[in-house]
Design a protein around this ligand. Structure first.
Ligand SMILES: [Zn+2]
Length: 116
C-alpha cells in the first residue's frame, strides 16, 4: 500500500507524538540507563540488568486537537493502541524511525506494508 501524507494536521500530530515519546518513552533503561536495543519495542523491553521497561503511551489529546486524525493514523498502522481501559485509550508510534523520516521529507510518500 502506498500512502501519501500531506495533511498538515497529520504531520503535526506525528511530530507531537515523536516529541512526547522522546520525552517519556524508555529509550534508556529506567534502572541502569543502558540504551534500548535497536530491535526492542519501546512499549515493552527487558534490559540485560533485568528491569522490564514499559511505556503506557499517550492519549490522543497529547498530540492533536482533532480525534479523527487518530483513526487515520491507526488505519495506516503508524500508531497502535498500547493500553485501553474504560476511561483511557493510549497509543504509541509503531515505528518511530519511519515516522521521523516521514516528517522530515518534503514529498511525503511512503511505502508501508505492515498491514494487520
Ligand atoms: Zn537496565
Amino acid at each position: 500500500m502506498e500512502i501519501t501524507i500531506n495533511d498538515p494536521e497529520i504531520i503535526d500530530a506525528l511530530k507531537n507524538a515523536v516529541e512526547y515519546e522522546e520525552k517519556y518513552a524508555p529509550y534508556k533503561c529506567r534502572q541502569c540507563n543502558a540504551d534500548k536495543p535497536e530491535d526492542a519495542d519501546v512499549v515493552e523491553w527487558k534490559c540485560s540488568c533485568g528491569y522490564e521497561n514499559r511505556f503506557l503511551g499517550w492519549e490522543w489529546s497529547n498530540v492533536t486537537n482533532n480525534s479523527s486524525i487518530i483513526s487515520k493514523l491507526l488505519r495506516i498502522n503508524l500508531i497502535e493502541v498500547v493500553y485501553r481501559s474504560n476511561r483511557y485509550t493510549c497509543y504509541a508510534l509503531t515505528n518511530d524511525k519511519l515516522v521521523r523520516k516521514l516528517i522530515s521529507l518534503k514529498r511525503r510518500r511512503i511505502l508501508y506494508l505492515q498491514i494487520q
